[in-house]
Design a protein around this ligand. Structure first.
Ligand code: A3P
Length: 301
């Protein structure tokens, strides 16, 4: 069981990856049925690293010829409904393959467990990552929120210990990053890494990289007309979190538990970990991540 929820949640290990009960089924179905196309772009992430934001931005980039800031489906549709999840929405993905050229698919599945067709097709991958401390705080609050675990039954220190042991949804955070990092080495030019904190600091730079990478580069005219800025504004935490659909809507992830969409919009800040971590905990997780990622040169904090 997941100890820090006082046994409320069950964890399973499958293909070497820990996960919350119910989350493996979607990965298995995807492995069996997903036929990646060379034109697909997978938006990959460990839970709580900024998936919703990346989906909103990528959706706005790829559909900007059709919609502007006042007509975008993002104003009335939860970002996870705009872009299908590989482990949840196979039918929708198949329809997109058949009927349109919509290339975007989201997933939390670790690289090593992705369907074989992904490496065979050599499709593009965007990977977003974030400071492990904020990832844990976000995950802790998300899980407590959806499974209604009261604070007194969820000691943060225990959640921290499990996270540092790698017992968390979709496996350990460092293995998740490492898997995609290796994919980046193996597939030059086909994997783009983005960092949540960099995007918070200067979204314009990463927006240009992202748009170019997924094949929808901004023209000089668009940039001077403020198109990039408008997309950043449309997809900002401040804007999305106050939309009715993201405030009072609901969403069914793959284990069929109904989740309120607002659970995906908590604070959207860098550094909320300071309200949860002791100095020792900070030291421990920072050195753990540094050690695990030492070959990559990536610094998550
Ligand atoms: P916090 O819990 O720290 O607020 P994911 O989308 O991968 O599930 O990650 C959720 C985290 O991203 C939450 O972090 C959430 O508030 C934040 N988030 C959601 N939308 C965002 C946006 N448009 N811009 C920045 N952060 C966003």
């Amino acid at each position: 069981t997941c100890n820090w929820t006082k046994g409320r949640l069950i964890m399973y290990k499958y293909q070497g990856i820990w996960n919350l009960k119910g989350l493996h089924e979607g990965s298995i179905l995807a492995q069996q049925n997903f036929k990646a196309q060379p034109t697909d772009v997978l938006l990959c992430s460990y839970p709580k690293t900024g998936t919703t934001w990346l989906k909103a931005l990528s959706f706005a980039i790829t559909t900007r010829a059709k919609y502007d800031g006042s007509t975008s489906p993002l104003l009335t549709t939860f970002p996870h409904e705009c872009i299908p999840f590989l482990e949840r929405d196979l039918d929708q993905i198949e329809n997109n393959h058949k009927n349109s050229c919509f290339p975007l698919v989201g997933t939390h599945i670790p690289y090593t467990c992705l369907p074989k067709s992904v490496s065979a097709s050599n499709c593009k991958i965007v990977y977003i990552y974030r400071d492990a401390k904020d990832v844990l705080v976000s995950y802790y609050n998300f899980v407590r929120g959806i499974y209604k675990v009261p604070e007194e039954d969820a000691p943060f220190k225990e959640a921290f210990d499990e996270f540092c042991e790698g017992v968390s949804s979709y496996g350990s955070y460092w293995d998740h990053i490492l898997g995609y990092w290796r994919a980046r080495q193996e597939r030059p030019g086909r994997v783009l890494f983005l960092k949540y904190e960099d995007m918070k600091r200067d979204a314009t730079r990463d927006m240009k990289r992202l748009a170019e990478f997924i094949g929808y580069p901004f023209s000089v005219a668009e940039e001077s007309a403020g198109v990039i800025k408008n997309i950043i504004k449309l997809c900002s935490f401040e804007n999305l979190s106050k939309l009715e659909v993201n405030k009072s809507g609901s969403y069914n992830p793959e284990d069929a538990t109904k989740i309120e969409t607002r659970t995906y919009f908590r604070k959207g800040k860098v550094g909320d970990w300071e309200n949860y971590f002791t100095h020792e905990m900070k030291q421990k997780i920072d050195s753990l991540m540094d050690e695990k990622l030492s070959d990559t040169g990536l610094i998550t904090h």
